[in-house]
Each structure stands twice: as structure tokens, then as C-alpha cells.
Ligand binder design. Structure first.
Ligand code: TRP
Length: 462
């Protein structure tokens, strides 16, 4: 049965490449930029606890479901879903998982690449020692000047898309796999160096207390929902990136252990980088950890600027963020590139360039959102950048995750699942199926309704 779907028929050349690639996809700006500031805004330890709960209950089950889909279909998410809906005698409707995912990947890439461009600019500042002696208002001005500089934002966005396209154009093994094999170990090494620096120069103990102690009263309904939404984004589930990477996995892989490893590494990087960031922030008088989105681009540079060897630490930090973002952006395009290559027999280089161009074009709108188009509202009070983020992260990802959970939970037989997961008949397998059938869909529906509520309010008035 499986043979006939072998459209792609590429397999990772080396052991462990899937773990590295999937971890590369999941560790990104979500972990380093977003996680620490939403943790800071939502009560520190209380949020961390809920986030870990959501990763276990919703994130991991759907991550495993995507991997199973990819292994069964062995093709791009769109063709995988087409083949599997046939195999399970289900409606062609389920192919929408692939189409929505491809669209969602382009949308995420558009704003992600603009934000990754800011990281390039900050890496350059760090190398030049621009943070030395920076104070709060100086830092705010530095960031505001960057956002106002349209041409620079466009240039940096273009550079990041080109970096992404080059890796993808070289193919699955020569491009993606060989890039991942050096980038991920370097990323891990840099995270460890940062942690060591944080223990030496930062307020490490205070940071640990901040991240891991909590009051029960800090656990709120709202932060639980934010934690759930973030568990999707951070693990890269809901748009088919893991389906695409899963299609390249060898048959004899320990699937359960692999999924746990990816989620574990993703969480470790989020927590480790979070602890390091707060340790540096606490070491600096006059700045606070709950600053919101400006934490990485406004607060942290001030902290770096006051530390001995701060230039070096800042360069290591922003260099690390570039690697993390880069291994994420390549996973956002892989599903649609794989689709064009296998369906229309397009050359990898041509399909990569074409899709890179589409993402670039959308990203122009995202870059202009901070200057020329700052007052252009696309959706109720949202700029182009915010609209892309909102529609992709709050609508398409949960919807994709919901459909994936329902398809794997209800349309695939126990026998089919057992052929793809090496846990046949175990209790874990039964729990996983129950989560996919009931709990994950329910949880997703709740976040989904919650996140579109403000929009409904905006549309229908008070
Ligand atoms: N997980 C990445 C991060 O945390 C972003 C990302 C990459 C992503 N690929 C994805 C998010 C696919 C959702 C779907 O930064």
C-alpha cells in the first residue's frame, strides 16, 4: 500500500537528521523572542507550568500525528493527504490540511522573515559594540529608528528570504540536511555558552526563581489559552512542516522517542534561553522583565550594554537567534516546495525561487507595516504584519491542528497507526488516540473560539 504513494521517495541520509530538522523547525523566534516575554507578562512560573502542560496534552499528540501522516504518505503534505484520504476511504476534503498548511507557511514566513531581519540588524549592532552604555531610552530609539527605516527593513527581509531559499534550492539532502547538521549543533553550543555566561554575570538564582516559582492565583483562564496557542507555534505543528519532514524518515525509526526528543529539546531551549535572558535583565538596575515584545530588542540590549564582555555575549546571543530563525524558515517553505517539485516535476531551485518570491512579496507588506503602511488597517485595527500573524497563528494553525487530530484520531485505523508507530498495543498508544479523538480537538476549539472572539466583537459591535 505504501509503495504507491512514494512520490518523493527521498530519505534522510543520516540517523538523527529528522530530530535535528524537526527541532530546528520548532526552535525559533517563538522560543527566544516570544516565549520569554509572554511568560513575563503572564506570571512567570505559573505560565511556564501551563505551557509544559499544554505541550504534553496538545502539542506532543499532534506532533506525533503529523509525523505519522508524513511516514504513511511519504510525500508533500498535500499529496500525502490526497493519498491517505483515498486509503482511508475518506472524503477528498481532508486534502485541505495540505493546502491550508502551504498557505499558512507562506503567511508565517512573510512576517517571520521581517522579524528575523531585525535580528540580523541587532547582530550587526552587537558586533560593532553599539550596545555599550546604552540606556532605556537610547535603546528604544535604536529600535524605533530601525522600524522606521523602510529600505533597511526591506533589505534585511530580502537577505533572510535569500538565505532560506538557497538552502532549500540545494535539495533535501544537500541543502536542508547538510545545513541542519551543522547549524543545530552550533545552536546548542551557543545556548550552552549563553547559559554559562548567565551564571557568571547574571542574576541566575533570581531568574530561576522567577521562571519556576509561582502563585496559584497567577494561573488564569486567559494565560492558559495563550499557553495553548503558543504550544502549537513553538512546536511547529498545524501546518504540515512535520508531515513534510516526516515523509523523509527511514522506516526503522523509534517514532515515540523521536517525538519526545523534539518536544524536550524545544522546551529546553525555550526555558534555557528564558533563564539566561532574565538573568541578564535582573542584573541590570532599572529594567523589568515584563516588558512585552520589546524584551529582546529593547530591554535585553540595555542589559548587554552594561555587562563586562557584553559585546561578545550580545554577538553570541543574536548569532544564536539567527541560526534558530533560519532553521525555522526553511521548514515553512519545504511543504509547498515539495508539492511543486513532485506534482509538476519542477526543479527544486525553480520551485524554491518561485515560492520564496511569493513569501518575499507578502513580507514587503509586513515590512511596510512599521513605516509607510503603519496606519493601514487590514483587519480590524491590525496592520498587515499583525494580520498575517493573527490569521496564520490564531486561525490557520489551530484549524490545521484540529483537522489533523480528527483525521488521525477518527479516520485512520488502529492497524494503520500501529504500522507507523513502534508502540503497537501499548497503553501510550491508547492514551494518544484518546487525546487525539477528544481532548485535543476540544482544547483547540476552545482556544479557537477564544482567539476569534475579539474579532467577532469588533465586527458586531459591543
Ligand atoms: N516553531 C517556530 C518558532 O517557534 C516557528 C515555525 C517554524 C512554525 N515552522 C513552523 C510555526 C510551522 C508553526 C508552523 O519560532
Amino acid at each position: 500500500m505504501n509503495q504507491e504513494h512514494k512520490l518523493g521517495a527521498v530519505t534522510w541520509a543520516k540517523r538523527g537528521s529528522f530530530i535535528l530538522a524537526a527541532t530546528g523547525s520548532s526552535v525559533g523566534l517563538g522560543n527566544i523572542w516570544k516565549f520569554p516575554y509572554i511568560a513575563g507578562q503572564n506570571g512567570g512560573g505559573a505560565f511556564v507550568l501551563m505551557y509544559i502542560g499544554m505541550v504534553l496534552l496538545v502539542g506532543i499528540p499532534i506532533l506525533l500525528a503529523e509525523l505519522v501522516l508524513g511516514r504513511r504518505g511519504r510525500a508533500s503534505p498535500i499529496n500525502t493527504m490526497r493519498a491517505l484520504s483515498r486509503e482511508t476511504h475518506s472524503s477528498r476534503f481532508w486534502t485541505i490540511i495540505g493546502w491550508m498548511g502551504a498557505l499558512c507557511g507562506l503567511m508565517i514566513l512573510s512576517f517571520y522573515s521581517v522579524a528575523a531581519g531585525w535580528v540580523l540588524a541587532y547582530f550587526d549592532h552587537a558586533l560593532r559594540g553599539d550596545f555599550r552604555g546604552l540606556d532605556g531610552s537610547g535603546s528604544l530609539t535604536l529600535f524605533a529608528n530601525l522600524l522606521a527605516n523602510r529600505d533597511l527593513l526591506l533589505l534585511l527581509h530580502t537577505v533572510f528570504i535569500l538565505m532560506t531559499v538557497v538552502v532549500l534550492a540545494l535539495g533535501v539532502k544537500k541543502g536542508l540536511e547538510s545545513a541542519i547538521r551543522w547549524m543545530m549543533p552550533s545552536l546548542f553550543a551557543l545556548v550552552i555558552v549563553l547559559l554559562v555566561a548567565a551564571t557568571i554575570e547574571g542574576e541566575f538564582a533570581q531568574s530561576l526563581r522567577y521562571m519556576f516559582s509561582f502563585k496559584l492565583s497567577d494561573i488564569t483562564w486567559e494565560s492558559a489559552l495563550i499557553a495553548m496557542g503558543h504550544s502549537f507555534f513553538t512546536l511547529s505543528v498545524g501546518m504540515g512542516a512535520i508531515i513534510a519532514y516526516g515523509a523523509y524518515t527511514p522506516r526503522d525509526m523509534s517514532v515515540g522517542r523521536t517525538v519526545l526528543a523534539v518536544a524536550f529539546l524545544d522546551t529546553c531551549v525555550a526555558l534555557g534561553v528564558g533563564v539566561a535572558i532574565f538573568a541578564f535583565v535582573f542584573a541590570t538596575p532599572g529594567i523589568s522583565p515584563s516588558q512585552g515584545p520589546g524584551l529582546m530588542f529593547v530591554t535585553l540590549p540595555v542589559a548587554f550594554g552594561g555587562l563586562p564582555a557584553g559585546d561578545v555575549i550580545a554577538s553570541i546571543f543574536f548569532g544564536m537567534v539567527i541560526l534558530a530563525a533560519w532553521t525555522s524558515t526553511i521548514s515553512l517553505l519545504e511543504p509547498s516546495i515539495a508539492y511543486l517539485t513532485e506534482t509538476f516535476k519542477m526543479h527544486r531551485a525553480a520551485s524554491s525561487a518561485l515560492l520564496g518570491f511569493v513569501a518575499w512579496l507578502l513580507g514587503v507588506g509586513a515590512a511596510l507595516s512599521f513605516n509607510d503602511w503603519a496606519h493601514v488597517e487590514i483587519l480590524w485595527g491590525k496592520t498587515f504584519f499583525d494580520t498575517m500573524d493573527f490569521v496564520a497563528s490564531n486561525i490557520l494553525l489551530p484549524l490545521g491542528g484540529l483537522l489533523i487530530a480528527l483525521f488521525v484520531g477518527w479516520r485512520m485505523s488502529a492497524q494503520q497507526l500501529n504500522q507507523e508507530v513502534d508502540l503497537a498495543g501499548s497503553r501510550i498508544m491508547r492514551i494518544w488516540r484518546l487525546l487525539l479523538r477528544y481532548l485535543s480537538p476540544l482544547a483547540i476549539l476552545i482556544i479557537f473560539v477564544y482567539s476569534i472572539l475579539p474579532v467577532l466583537q469588533a465586527v458586531f459591535g459591543e
